[in-house]
Design a binder for this molecule. Structure first.
Ligand code: X5A
Ligand code: ZN
Length: 446
């Protein structure tokens, strides 16, 4: 059982969890806290954090054209909003409304053609070829509401990021859809039309030098790889992109090799792209906490970001129909708590995926309470990280290719960690494979 106290007021959240013996905490975290107070953090000592909560019904307009069932549907936003209202947390936040993104801000990330397509796709003239156009892309639908929703989603993340960067809010949550992290320079993809988080990051860095944001950490905990975001900042050392996702040796969506740990950035951005690719599903709080304690947090400490943008998909949550992982609401709360020790707690959460209405509502509620500074106790369900997680963490990235950039990663991993073997469905598949080969031989011989 670990008690995580109010990150804004008390000591920083504990660095480790009993799930997974950590590397020794990097030095100077106490100092950071003091530096933070001295530098005038957004939240004065003792004051309640101001948490922005952006919800806007207009982002429910994007829906499948003929009401076909789809996991990425408007009920997602409504389910979250209902839960936050019912728990009394919405009223404790600063209410924010969506704003359409200006095209010039989107243009830093997407091509003129892409922007024109998303602008025009909902117009009357497009009525007869909207579905045909959608089919040209990978996992995309459009309706008459898509344009407005897409511009609002991008504009909303800009809006909250600006307020957090300016210190008007301590942190913020943008409940946006369509999601963004799969959207590429010149194409919508994977339920995403504009790359909302990439657009906001670009806005802070290039349009608002007055806000003093020079280094941005993007954490993408959506169960899918943030392929679009990775590409946008691949050679940019001002943005450290960290994505943890199912990879399954390249067979998990978006099924591209660039989700592997080998992709560490290029040119000036070399070392500033970090992928933690799971080998299979069923990953739990323990696996994510291990990735946090041994990879993300030491690097975040060294990078020392001015703000954190969180691509907050909740499709790695327990019960998600697409993700097949099992992070609990408390697990998300713990992961978020651990991030609050950086960037003076300036965190902007932007919704990405997450398709089980109950899971996303509960998870977001737990996260909102963390940002509001509520105490919570992480009751370890006594789960252990997978052996594969340990492999991914050490072999992977870090210990070899990345440690040239992040010397902090050279510290030795503990060798006495209790681990569990791969989930049973992998063994079951293996048995089927043997069975298939035996019958095949049987057929060939007989
Ligand atoms: C944002 C997100 C998932 C796309 C899956 C397509 N997209 N099969 O979670
Ligand atoms: Zn996803």
């Amino acid at each position: 059982v670990q008690s995580s106290r109010l990150p804004h007021r008390d000591a920083p959240p504990q660095f480790s969890t009993p799930l997974c013996p950590p590397v020794s905490p990097p030095p100077g975290r106490g100092d950071r806290r003091r530096r933070m107070a001295a530098a005038g953090a957004a939240t004065p000592v003792g004051a309640a954090p101001r948490v922005g909560l952006l919800y806007d019904d207009r982002m429910c307009a994007h829906a499948t054209p003929d009401g076909e069932k789809h996991p990425e549907n408007p009920e997602r936003l409504r389910a979250i909003r209902r839960k936050l209202d019912a728990e009394g947390v919405a009223s404790r936040c600063v209410d924010m409304k969506a704003k359409e993104a200006k095209e010039k801000y989107i243009a830093s990330v997407h091509t003129p053609n892409h922007i024109k397509l998303i602008r025009d796709i909902s117009s009357k003239e497009y009525d007869y070829r909207r579905n045909k156009t959608a089919r040209k892309f990978n996992s995309i639908y459009f309706n008459e509401g898509s344009s407005e929703s897409a511009f609002l989603a991008a504009g909303s993340v800009i809006e909250v990021a600006e307020k957090v960067a300016a210190g008007e809010l301590s942190s913020a949550i943008a409940l946006v859809r369509p999601p963004g992290h799969h959207a590429e320079h010149n194409e919508p993809m994977g339920f995403c039309l504009f790359n909302n988080v990439a657009i906001a990051a670009n806005y802070l860095l290039n349009e608002r030098p007055d806000l003093g944001i020079n280094k941005i950490l993007i954490v993408d905990w959506d169960v899918h790889h943030g392929n679009g975001t990775q590409k946008m900042f691949y050679s940019d050392p001002r943005v450290l992109f960290f994505s943890v996702h199912r990879f399954d040796y390249g067979s998990f969506y978006p099924c591209e090799g660039d989700a592997s740990h080998c992709f560490i950035g290029e040119g000036a951005g070399e070392g500033y792209n970090i992928n933690v690719p799971w080998e299979h599903g069923k990953c739990s709080d323990a696996d994510y906490v291990a990735a946090w304690d041994h990879v993300l947090l030491p690097i975040a400490e060294a990078f020392d970001p001015d703000i954190i943008l969180l691509s907050a998909g909740f499709d790695a949550a327990m019960g998600d129909p697409l993700g097949g992982c099992c992070i609990t609401p408390d697990g998300y709360a713990l992961l978020l708590t651990k991030l609050l020790g950086f960037a003076k707690g300036r965190i902007v959460m932007a919704l990405e995926g997450g398709y089980n209405l109950k899971s996303i509502a509960n998870s977001l509620c737990a996260c909102t309470k963390v940002l509001l500074g509520d105490n919570f106790t992480y009751n370890s369900p006594r789960m252990q990280p997978f052996e594969s997680t340990w492999r991914v963490i050490q072999m992977v990235m870090v210990r070899d290719e990345l440690k040239a950039y992040w010397p902090v990663l050279s510290s030795k991993l503990p060798d006495n960690v209790p681990l569990r073997s791969a989930p049973s469905y992998i063994e079951v598949n293996f048995i089927f494979l043997i069975f298939f080969l035996v019958t095949l031989c049987w057929d060939l011989l007989g």
